[in-house]
Write a protein of this length. Structure first.
Length: 166
């Protein structure tokens, strides 16, 4: 699972911040949060939502950039308590977190392209909720054989079930 935060422009010149966690296998966004600050709470809330939706086994690798929010005590404690492995990009190497960068690119193109900024953090949160409600069940990905994350996961689960029955 990978995570990263992104700056979202507001009309008043300030920023909102989006943190999202994405399943590396299916590309599903499994946890996200929007706040008006880059506090550690931003990434911890997104990560908690991801862990709640997935209930991962011990040893799952959580990959992120090297942002201070991902290095904080609360984030570290959460990963340690859940027996998850922290993996971070090398300093200055955006290719290490290419999946997250790809998600931000799609967000910029599909959500932010037609608008200069959001009027408020609440509007950004509502608009991004609408986008993720579309993204997981409908947004097709070439890396998934032009399936959406939801369909890809369902097909993988069906295949796994069929293999177990034979």
């Amino acid at each position: 699972m990978g995570g990263r935060y992104h700056y979202v422009p507001l009309h008043n010149g300030a920023w909102a911040y989006l943190a999202a966690s994405q399943d590396a296998y299916s590309k599903r966004v499994v946890g996200w949060q929007v706040l008006g600050s880059m506090a550690e709470e931003l990434v911890v809330t997104a990560l908690r939502r991801a862990l709640l939706s997935r209930q991962p086994a011990k040893g799952l690798i959580i990959h992120s950039d090297r942002g201070r929010q991902y290095c904080g005590n609360t984030c570290h404690r959460l990963l340690t308590e859940r027996h998850l492995v922290r993996s971070m990009s090398r300093k200055g190497n955006c290719y290490d977190n290419a999946q997250a960068e790809s998600l931000w690119s799609r967000l910029k193109t599909e959500v932010l392209l037609d608008r200069a900024a959001f009027t408020s953090v609440a509007e950004a949160q509502a608009e991004l909720a609408t986008y993720f409600d579309y993204y997981n069940p409908q947004r097709r990905h070439s890396a998934l054989g032009y399936e959406c994350p939801h369909s890809f996961e369902q097909q993988a689960l069906l295949t796994k079930t069929q293999l177990c029955l034979t």
